[in-house]
Design a protein around this ligand. Structure first.
Ligand SMILES: [Zn+2]
Length: 340
């Protein structure tokens, strides 16, 4: 096994729906539709079942599949279990998972959120060597009312699931929405102890980034277009960036790995953590993302251990959890130095 696989890793930006692997999608499909193999109308799923390679357009279809296949509690619980298992298999020791509570024909938003939280709670009881937290998301495209609904629901459920919901995420298609409309909901979340890990500067909108900074952002999701004054502000306040290399390259928000803004941040020695975003959709893993980052920017194994050590400090884990995570990285680092 290689260094990247064995390295204990910290994942701070992963969406539940985008983190369903092909085998998870296949399993969920069988759960919902039975063993019947899809016919010509569903070519793309046929390819997934047969392990054939997919075009980028076909990869994006996985978001729709994930949505359709997790519309009931049993399937959603299975999906959450699988995602946690696959991160754990990749030696991820701490995972912050994001998801927007959804209401479907078979479940309410409350049922959605409690289903995911129950699985997370069980996973920590099973002591699989991975600590998992949930970041409820606000999907901008769903509007302000839903945003406030999600915040109120999370506040209400947080006492039943102490320590599991640590922050709020703001994601989704920003076009046609105005950030300031979401401020009251995010403010309310913060007043109730939630940190804010927002998709920020994902598109070119200097003013919006300013407004997010004025509200107070604990971590920056992507931050592709944070430059000039905004970058200076982020530097001054040491706000960590969550950088998702393959996701950005495949979505074409950055032209190539070499041109990824993580290069600039590494040069500035700005706090950065490398994350997957949607490992199922983009067919990657956290090990692979770290490997790509190291090989593109000539980073050593020691640099990569250091990156994981630092990511613990940017996480929303409790002090006790951070202590245990640090110990795991130290143990790995000692073994590594003995081998050298
Ligand atoms: Zn994201």
């Amino acid at each position: 096994m290689d260094f990247y696989h064995l390295l204990p890793k910290i994942e701070l930006h992963a969406h539940l729906n985008g983190s369903l692997s092909n085998s998870t999608l296949a399993e969920l499909r069988e759960l919902k539709y039975g063993k019947e193999v899809p016919s010509g109308t569903d070519d793309c799923f046929y390819k997934i079942l047969n392990g054939e390679s997919l075009t980028l357009e076909e990869c994006f279809k996985k978001f729709q599949y994930a949505h359709d296949l997790t519309d009931r509690r049993e399937a959603l619980a299975r999906a959450t279990e699988r995602v946690i298992e696959e991160f754990a298999k990749d030696s991820v020791i701490y995972l912050e998972l994001r998801t927007t509570p959804k209401c479907t024909a078979q479940m309410t938003k409350r049922e959605y959120l409690t289903t995911v939280l129950d699985v997370i709670r069980k996973s920590s009881e099973n002591q699989r060597g991975i600590v998992v937290k949930l970041l409820p998301s606000i999907d901008r495209s769903k509007g302000v009312q839903e945003a406030m609904e999600n915040v109120n629901l999370a506040i209400e459920l947080s006492s039943s699931f102490p320590g599991l919901m640590v922050a709020f995420d703001l994601s989704g298609n920003p076009f046609g929405t105005t950030f300031s409309d979401f401020v009251p909901a995010l403010q309310r979340a913060r007043e109730h102890g939630f940190r804010l890990a927002l998709h920020c500067g994902e598109f070119e909108d200097e003013q919006e980034v300013k407004e997010m900074f004025a509200l107070g952002v604990d971590r920056i999701g992507h931050g592709t277009f944070i430059e000039g004054e905004n970058l200076a502000f982020a530097q001054e306040h040491k706000i960590p960036f969550e950088c998702c290399l393959t996701s950005n390259v495949k979505c074409k928000t950055v032209p190539s790995y070499e041109d990824h803004h993580v290069a600039k941040l590494l040069k500035l020695k700005h706090p950065v953590c490398v994350c997957t975003d949607d490992f199922g959709v983009f067919e990657t893993s956290l090990s692979q993302e770290l490997k790509i980052c190291a090989s593109t920017f000539s980073l050593t194994n020691t640099d990569m251990v250091e990156m994981q050590r630092n990511a613990i400090e940017y996480s929303f884990a409790s002090e006790q959890e951070k202590k245990e995570l640090r110990a795991k990285i130290e143990q790995f680092s000692e073994t590594l130095s003995k081998e050298l």
